[in-house]
Every structure is written in C-alpha cells, then in structure tokens.
Design a protein around this ligand. Structure first.
Ligand code: GAL
Length: 633
C-alpha cells in the first residue's frame, strides 16, 4: 500500500480567485488528499430548503483538476442558526439541565428525531450530487463525534428514546427492577415511563441506571452515524470514514467503525500532552514540543483495529494549536516524525490540519501549513520532505504483532460509572500497560473484546475488563498465548452488579478476589523485587500459584499454566517486570528503551522514532532529536 499525504481545506473561507493557486500548491507540496465540506452547512443551505451547491461543485472540480482527491465531509456537526429556530428542542442538554446553545459547534442531541431527518436530508443531497463524482475519493461522516463532551445529552428526546431502549433490552419493568436491584433505597419503578435520566439526583444514581444510560448514549451515536453511512453507501462506491479523537471513550468506536470502511483520527500530540495524557509536570516539560512518546502510537493501534485494518490520520497537528492550556510550537522535525510514526503503524494517509491558518474566528491562533499571509509555514516544509521521502520509500505493510492488548469501550463506561477511587480510569489502566509494553520495544495490536481468535499472539493483555462474557472467558482460557488478567476482571455482571461466585470466576484459574481497596496514589504498595501497585489493589485467595507478592507478604498475582491474574494497578516497573517475564517464557525478545526512543515493526523494517530533545542511541544506530531511523530487517 502506497502511503499518502493530505490536508484539510475550507474553500468557503477564502475568495474563489485563490482556489486554483491553493490546489496547485497542494499538489506541488506532494499532497494527494484534501478534506472539505464538514462545517459548510450554512453555505450549502443558507435558508431552509434554499440550496447552493454551485460553489462546492466548483471547489471539487478545481481540486480534482489539479490532481487531488477529495474527502467530502457531511456538515452535520454544524447545523446552521435557522435549524435551531426550526427545531428549538434539538439542542443537547448538559448534566445540569442547561441547553448547549448555538454559537460554536456540535450543538445537537443525537436522539432528536427532527434533527436525524435533517441529517438524512442533507446527506442524501450530498451523496446524490457527488456520489459518482470522480474527484470524490472518500467520505467523512460528521466531524469528531463526542468532541466537546457531546455524546451524552439529558434532553427530552434522549429521555423518550432511553425509555424505549430500556424496554427493548429488559422487556418488563419487573425484569429491570430486578436486574438493577431497585429495591435498594425504594427505587422501584411501576413502568418504563417512570424512568428519568440519571442526572440531577440528590446523590449518586444507581450505577446500573448510569451505565445503561451511557450504553444507550453510545448506541445513539452508532445509529446516527449508520444512517449517514447507509445513505452514502447506496449512492457512492467511495469509502466512508469518520475522524475520531484522542482519549474520547464515551461511545463505542468499534461499533461506529463496523458501519464504515476506514477509521481516521485527529492527532494533536502537543495539545494532548497538555490536555489529556495525564502526565506529571516533569514529563510535560520534557515533551512539551514533541508530545508524549506513546499516546499517538496507542491511538494508531487502536484505530487500526477500529478501521478493521484501514486507518488514516485525518488531522495532524501542524504547529501551535489554540485549544490546550499552553500551545507550544513543535521541535523542528516533529511534524515529519509524527507522519512517519503513523505510517509505521499502518496509516494509509496523514493529512495536516489545516491548509491555511484562518485569521478569523475561534481557531485564528491555530497554525496551518500556510500562514494567514499565504507564506509557507514550517508544516508545509516538513510535509514536503515527507512527500519526497515517500517517493523512494519502500511500501509499508503491517505485520501481526506478537502482543495483543484488549480494549473495550463498555469497560470504560463501567469504570467511569463507579471508579471506586479518585482518578481510577480504565483508559489509564490500559494505556499504562501499553506504555510498559512499548518501552520493552514491543509492537502491539489492540483488539476489541469481541475477539475470539487469538492465534498468532504470544501474549494477550486484558486489564480491567470489568464485565467479561462467558465466551470471551472461554476463548482466553483456551488460547495458547500467555494471558494477563486483572485487575477488575469480570468484577460486575452485565447490569453492573457484583456476581456470585465472586470474580473473576475464570475457567482454569483458581483465584478469587475476596476484597478490594482503593488507596491514595501517594501510598504505593511495594512489590517484592521492585515496582508497586498504585491506587487500587485486590486481596486474592485461591489454589493457583502465587507469582508476585507485596513486601508485606500478601499475594499480588497468581498463575496457573498460561493464565496470570494481577490483583492491582501496577506502576511502570511492575508492569515491565510482569510482561518481560512472560515475553521471555513466550520466546519474544524485549529491549529496555529509555527516554523518548520507541520503535514499531512493519513487515520489512523496524522504524525508530526519537521523541527526545537529544541525540539517542538505539541498537540500530544513533537517532537525532525528533528523528526517524529506518532499520531494514
Ligand atoms: C479538531 C477538529 C477540527 C479543529 C481542530 C483544531 O478537534 O476536528 O475541526 O477544530 O480540532 O485543533
């Protein structure tokens, strides 16, 4: 597969006279793709029913004639002002009951029937007009579902739809009362019509109720997206995609991905480090101009899985952004490094966001490939370098990794519903495992929890799967790979109730979690031999072999055969010990990577990147700061 570059362009922001020059310059830079249209509804339909597609016809024609391929976005993330007049109750509602008003973007509730019809209508018009246009090479549905905390809405439309969803799921109100344990605090309902949304309660709502509402909210995103995908598919052969985000876990991306051809994501390494990696101040200072060395790779691997092998970076940070607490400029070379790292993980395309910096509105402080005065910005020069390198680069093809890491959005919903300790997060538990594996020099495949065939993997890591179906348990028990379970494996049933027999109740592994505790993160529990459990620990009992102990002699991990149960959240040292030990047993070679050096294996190469700000050594030679090194196999 040939790797490509692209950009995000807003022809409606610029005079038509410069579109041709822009297109020519994109082509000269070595770009293939240009994404357009995703926020342009007010220009496509200035007044209800009054359509103007001529400018978009012209923009697509100009870009196509220049030899570029268009990714056409549906504009539903930005319903125009008149839409809100027409459907005042379409606005999403926050947890305090306040409408999320017009004046920025994503101000719609996924459950609103009227808005769903408007979405169908505009998407149908676009797909009919451009579905067979030879310049349209791909589609994007909407833009960044969930961005700005918009998955969950406490609107009237959501309440009505939630009741129907519950009825379908439970069949009778008695079954729901039983499943949720509503006898507790006299919360029993007489009918589905009694059930409200789980906000504005005096104290915590029943976790079964909250989890159900999260699952429902996720399903609403899935069905909203599916309608768009179905409409496009019926009218176009070009692949469909959606641009996901970093560390957004409040809808099931795998389920959205089931209805699309390609997963894309928007990678802003410096913004993320400030905003959502959750790193220490020291780490943030060290990587302020490079980004966290593992956060991008994690999402590359995640979205490769969401896209069933096909994935892109749809938006790549091009310089300082506008939205993080601090917005530094990347070290020279990073915009090239990020692209090569994405290719190493299998990206088909990397598109820089955006073509030209807009001097107006919310993102005027967000860099582009061009400055507002049209001069080249550093991103353009680095993109051109990548484009030149791609001409001679061997084709990059992905390889099944030796290590599988399970990721499950539903587990994240459940941890968020009942974390049981400040800051405890499923995403963090999985990401910490990923980081430890990567610092051992390993390539990793992230798999969804519906996976049943683990053949080819040497080690399968499955931390934090708080609900685990019987058939996943059976598949993990049967695989030949070394499997690491815990903490919280199967700690709740499907309705968020503690099961009896107590967890994990796992076939072939005689271990029971007898009690759990959460503790302050500054009270680490040291393990004999190095490393600690931090923040959360389980007391374990059973007849399996104890393989790790705390300093005080309490068991921390049990093992039978190739099944290991780890009873707590390990720090980096602990996780590296667990996994290097298992890799040794499985015959997988590990390394000790330090600083910002990381690598990823493709079928023909090991591609090294250096997120550090100093020259670093690798087994394949030295690598400059913000550099990339290609090691032939
Ligand atoms: C993304 C979004 C873009 C733009 C960008 C700024 O989240 O999809 O439209 O806002 O961030 O960094």
């Amino acid at each position: 597969m040939k790797r490509t570059l692209g950009t995000c362009y807003y022809p409606e922001h610029w005079p038509v006279e410069i579109w041709e020059a822009d297109a020519r310059r994109m082509k000269e830079t070595g770009l293939t793709w240009v994404r357009i249209g995703e926020f342009a509804w007010s220009r496509l339909e200035p007044l209800p029913g009054e359509l103007d597609f001529d400018w978009l016809d012209q923009a697509i024609e100009i870009l196509g004639q220049a030899g570029l391929k268009v990714v056409l976005g549906t504009p539903t993330a930005t319903p125009p002002r008149w839409m809100v007049e027409k459907h005042p109750d379409m606005l999403a509602v926050d947890a305090n009951g306040n409408p999320r008003k017009f004046g920025s973007r994503r101000h719609y509730c996924f459950s609103h029937g009227g808005y769903r019809q408007e979405s169908d209508r505009i998407v149908t018009l676009l797909a009919e007009r451009y579905g067979r246009n030879p310049h349209v090479g791909a589609w994007q549905t909407d833009n960044e579902y969930g961005c700005h905390d918009t998955t969950i809405s406490y609107s009237d439309a959501a309440r009505a739809a939630f009741r129907t969803w519950l009825m379908d799921r439970y069949g009778s109100i008695e079954a729901l009362n039983r499943a949720w344990g509503n006898v507790f605090w006299s919360m029993e309902y007489a009918s589905f019509e009694d059930i409200d949304l789980p906000n504005l309660t005096v104290t915590e709502a029943n976790p079964s109720h909250t989890l159900a509402f999260r699952r429902f909210s996720s399903d609403q995103v899935v069905s909203f997206n599916k309608r768009q995908a179905d409409i496009i598919r019926a009218r176009s052969d070009a692949p469909t995609s959606h641009n996901y985000m970093g560390r957004i876990t409040d809808f099931d991306h795998f389920k959205v991905g089931d209805d699309l051809d390609i997963a894309t994501w928007d990678s802003y390494p410096l913004g993320f480090l400030e905003d959502r990696v959750g790193a220490s101040d020291e780490h943030q200072r060290a990587y302020a101009r490079q980004g966290d060395p593992d956060f991008q790779a994690f999402h590359h691997d995640l979205y490769r899985s969401v896209g069933k092998g096909r994935w892109w970076v749809m938006e790549q940070q091009p310089g300082p952004v506008n939205w993080a607490p601090y917005n530094p400029a990347p070290l020279p070379g990073m915009m090239r490094l990020w692209a090569w790292e994405a290719y190493a993980h299998g990206a088909e395309a990397v598109c820089y966001f955006r073509w030209r910096q807009a001097p107006f509105a919310q993102e005027q402080m967000h860099a582009g490939m061009l400055r507002p005065d049209n001069a080249d910005a550093p991103a353009l020069l680095e993109a051109r370098k990548v484009a030149d390198e791609l001409v001679h680069a061997p084709e990059v093809s992905t390889l099944q990794a030796p290590i599988a890491l399970l990721f499950d959005y539903d587990a994240d919903f459940a941890w968020a519903t009942q974390p049981h300790g400040a800051g405890l997060s499923y995403f963090q538990a999985v990401f910490d495992t990923y980081k430890a594996l990567r610092k051992l020099g390993l390539s990793i495949d992230i798999l969804r929890s519906e996976t049943r065939d683990f053949s080819g993997y040497k080690v399968v890591a499955a931390p934090g799967l708080i609900y685990m179906s019987q058939d996943l348990k059976a598949a993990l028990a049967e695989t030949n790979a070394h499997v690491v379970l815990g903490p919280r494996t199967a700690a709740r049933n499907a309705d968020m109730v503690i099961p009896v027999p107590l967890p994990p109740d796992f076939p072939g592994l005689d271990v029971t979690v007898s009690r759990v505790e959460s503790v302050r993160p500054d009270m680490p529990m040291a393990l004999k031999g190095g490393g600690s459990l931090v923040g959360y620990r389980e007391e374990l009992e059973g007849a399996a072999d104890v393989v790790w102990e705390l300093e005080d002699g309490q068991p921390a991990a049990y093992r039978t055969g190739n099944l290991t149960y780890l009873g707590g959240l390990g720090d980096e040292t602990a996780l590296k010990r667990v996994y290097s030990d298992l890799c040794k047993q499985a015959g997988v070679t590990t390394m000790e990577l330090s600083g910002g050096v990381r690598c990823r294996d493709t079928a023909t190469q090991r591609i090294w990147v250096n997120y550090g700000s100093e020259v670093a050594a690798t087994p394949a030679g030295t690598i400059e700061a913000a550099g990339v090194l290609f090691e032939q196999k």
